[in-house]
Write a protein that binds this ligand. Structure first.
Ligand code: NAD
Length: 475
């Protein structure tokens, strides 16, 4: 049983003011396997005060000091590799191999990318007799979701640290243990007292008072649009800056000259990775009518290879969903797809055979989907693919953009000019051509209701900075 009922405030582990704890459930068993502090506004006040007390000093620290700090963090992070992988596997239900290759690695990559971005980052620029200075804006409140416990936290933390911004982090109460290990990593890496503060708890108890706090200058949030909107409203009262990374319903467009094997493989991976609990999941698969049958045969063959089960068992490719609530949501969308008249081609409702506890679902494919159906418009956040056919390229682009979201898009094909045209036409913050891997230095964020602002690398650092003009500095 993991028990972390203390908060990390001003460089110390302190009892939470409430004296209460939240049960944390292992999604592969459905059983409680740990407890974490249930923070409240008193904890938030102390944490914000600690960050506020050091913000001028940290803002004025040298770039070299901050680079060295990010280096120490990366080393300590590597030292805790096994612990992080264990925690993520237990709290998220991620297959252990993916906990290492995806979750552990993404967190590490962000600390390295922020350190590297600092090498050439221009904090100051002379313009004639005048100086333009970029400086950390003050205390940042960070609120993160459960689907990537090290990625979501590390990308915000690395950028804030690189910028010189002290933080108060509230991770998801459903996956809090990786964040506790991060706090231990920062402690071991000699992150100055007050620069990093961790307040565990739920949205109402910790998220709301953090978003409202008058000494917090910026809120950086990743999670659902519903919560993002509440945070924005709270933050608007005293005009805090907000950076929001929200949901998606991303199109994956297969062009008529695409390698169908590669497209089918990637389309399936984009839907089953992390049990479909990925904001950039390519869940709307757009395929020319003439290629539908061949493509679906290959999708079926790929889906047959996705072994669902215990995250610690060998060969398992897909673990459970995070919670009973998420299980119920995904089931309701699968049932809705049938009611809406889509054709259930693969998978379907209920648990996979032989898995009678835990929040496991079947990877599911709907065909004959109309883009106006709810299963094509709403973010399901589970392994459910909607296959939509199109007649010509213009129609494909129109369908791709017919969504309130704009987080990501994918395109597969041969002809370079067509690929580039489609990539430029998709209204989304990231477009991937033929499965290109990208890097943590690229900006990440959404158009439309997928968010406000950009994270990762130098773009992420910019989010935590104010810009000041000093006239006559060189006169
Ligand atoms: P959520 O919005 O329910 O919770 C996210 C965080 O907000 C949690 O830490 C939660 O405790 C906190 N929270 C809840 N209510 C709050 C309130 N009133 N005030 C302040 N904080 C509050 O989201 P979730 O279910 O944890 O995550 C799933 C969602 O996150 C999906 O919609 C997904 O698309 C989105 N997401 C987006 C990205 C991205 O980068 N765009 C990445 C991952 C997840």
């Amino acid at each position: 049983m993991r028990e972390y009922t203390k908060q990390f405030i001003n460089g110390e582990w302190r009892d939470s003011a409430s004296g209460e704890a939240i049960d944390v459930v292992n999604p592969a068993t459905g059983e409680v396997f740990g407890k974490v502090a249930r923070g409240n506004s008193e904890d938030v006040d102390k944490a914000v005060e600690a960050a506020h007390n050091v913000y001028v000093e940290f803002r004025n620290s040298s770039v070299e000091e901050r680079r060295a700090m990010l280096d120490r963090i990366a080393k300590e992070y590597e030292n805790r590799k096994d612990d992080l992988i264990e925690a993520i596997t237990d709290e998220l239900g991620s297959p252990i191999e993916k906990s290492e290759k995806i979750h552990y690695q993404m967190g590490l990559n962000h600390f390295a990318a922020a350190r590297d971005a600092l090498e050439n980052f221009e904090f100051e620029e002379q313009r004639g007799d005048d100086l333009v200075v970029k400086e950390a804006m003050g205390v940042a409140g960070l609120i993160t979701p459960w689907n990537f416990p090290t990625n979501q936290t590390s990308l915000k933390l690395s950028a804030a640290f690189a910028a010189g911004s002290p933080v108060v982090l509230k991770p998801s109460e459903e996956t809090p243990f990786a964040a506790v290990i991060l706090a231990e990593i920062f402690e071991a890496a000699d992150v100055p007292k007050g620069v990093f503060n961790l307040v565990n708890g739920d949205g109402d108890g910790v998220g709301t008072p953090l978003s409202e706090h008058s000494k917090v200058r910026m809120m950086s949030f990743t999670g659902s649009g519903r919560t993002g909107s509440k945070i924005m409203q709270k933050a608007s009262v005293d005009f805090k800056k907000v950076s929001l990374e929200l949901g998606g319903k991303s199109p994956l467009i297969i062009l008529n000259d695409a390698d169908v094997d590669q497209a089918a493989y990637t389309a399936v991976q984009k839907v089953v990775n992390n049990s479909g609990q990925v904001c950039t999941a390519g869940t709307r698969t757009l395929i020319p009518e003439s290629m539908k049958d061949e493509f679906l045969d290959k999708v079926k063959a790929q889906m047959d290879l996705i072994k669902v089960g215990n995250p610690r068992a060998e060969g398992v490719k897909m673990g459970p969903l995070i919670s009973q609530k998420q299980y119920d949501t995904v089931q309701s969308y699968i049932n809705k797809g049938v009611e809406e008249g889509a054709n259930l081609y693969y998978g379907g409702p209920e648990r996979p055979d032989g898995l009678d506890k835990g929040f496991f679902v079947k990877p599911t494919v709907f065909t004959d989907v109309d883009n106006q159906m709810d299963i094509a418009q709403e973010e399901i956040f589970g392994p459910v693919m909607s296959v939509i056919t199109y007649k010509n390229l213009d129609e494909a682009i129109e369908i791709a953009n017919e969504t309130k979201y704009g987080l990501a898009g994918y395109v597969f094909g041969e002809d370079q000019e067509t690929l580039k045209k489609v990539a430029r036409s998709i209204e989304a913050g990231t477009v991937e051509i033929n499965g290109a891997p990208g890097s943590p230095n690229l900006p990440f964020g959404g158009y439309k209701q997928s968010g406000i602002g950009r994270e990762w690398g130098d773009f992420g650092i910019e989010e935590f900075l104010e810009v000041k003009s000093i006239k006559g500095y060189f006169a």
